[in-house]
Ligand binder design. Sequence first.
Ligand code: ZN
Length: 510
Amino acid sequence: MTTEEAYQRLLAIVQEVNDLERAAAVLGWDQQVNMPMRGNRARAEQIGTLRRLAHARLTSPETGELLDRLAAADLPPDGLEAGVVVATRRVYERERRVPERLVTAVELAAGEAFEAWLAARRERRWAVFAPAFERLLGLVVEVADAVAAGAPDQDLAHRRYDSLLYLSEPGVTTARLEAVFATLKSALVPLVQAIQAKGGEDRERLLHGDFPEDRQEALLRRAVTAIGFDLERGRIDRSVHPFETSFDVDDVRITVRYDRNHFGRAFFAALHEAGHGLYEQGLPRAARRTPLGRAISSGVHESQSRLWENLVGRSEGFWRHFLPVVREAFPAAFGEASLDAMVRAVNAARPSLIRVEADEVTYNLHIVVRFEIELGLLAGDLTVADVPAAWREKMAAYLGVTPTDDLEGALQDIHWSSGGIAAFPSYTIGNVIAAALFAAAKADVPQLEEGFARGEFAPLLDWLRTHLHSLGARYDTEAMLERVTGRGLDPEPYVRYIRDKFSALYDLDR
Ligand code: ZN
């Protein structure tokens, strides 16, 4: 077999895997957007079958042999072929390390844990969820031990957490995350306290009112188009929880949920999901249907949504451009609103109990709570029964608020019920990367933010296309950051951005 033949053979395999995965994604999209409630069971079976076929195809011995042969073949390192080989090797190694038996066991246990989670939420009691979660957690630990990606000289909790990160955030280590969270905690906890001490009126009230859905929809379509989301290669639909999914670089779906009484919910969800969508629409067309043509990781994906939602969508420049449009759409609510009041409203910061409602200042502290609890669970320092108490204690220490029951506490997120341990840090990684990339873009592109006020967002999108989107999954998270910013995962630009922005917004002494 020549190198060219081997490459073509590998390509055929990854294309088939891609098509199976994307077909499963279409079924997943339909499940959340169109499917009647009772269709759940059949849909789970259909998606499961496609995923199993994809997994088996990808992890077959033939794939390993082809990858070995091609790695030895001296392909030009910057070429498409080498990129496809490197990116395929990464997903191949990842998928191959989790035994099929465990995949099925986790799926089953997650199904039961999800049911228990729903029941526990109805009763607002963690104890109802705890036994099923305990079984699921045991299996996740087995997965982590099977993957065994952590450095051997580490303690058990770090080794296991590293293994789970390897599956979701390849290239990012637990030690790196601990350093990031330590920096964030020491910067953000006092900032939250200083903002709280200022008191003042409820700035966010401006966003409450009566906002008919059709007008919200017209407005958010205009906003996502303005930042560059291509509706000829994408769609916007409705679902209970907003999300983004893509089937190809030319078919990217986002969803939103409308709240008739709140302006910000759908609008910012749309900017967020469109940010994810812009990444997908910018992935390298030449690498379609291969692992190279995919996003780097969920954290990098999240950096794109947060960049457009927060650093662009909550900036003064953006509102200089958009406030007149919003005033026209909703004269009763915003006819009299000043630019200053609007910018303050969309950036109102206040400690809250619920992560998904958190603002830019407090958000990462919610993640710290979860990260520390997860590490405790993996180390065995913390039992499942102890989680609510640990939750209350950490929320009080970092955010100064305490949940009155478990629904407002440890039962609020779906992640743990589906086996998503070590998944939360991706959100913080996203925030941190968004600020680092934005700082790098500002240094490269003169007048970047000034352009927002004129509705010019293309220079930022072009920069992201060049430095991130068009490279696909050629580099892992740390290597990509190293190339673009000269440093790896570094929280400094994020801390600087948050301090500057919120010190000004809340007239804090610097
Ligand atoms: Zn997101």
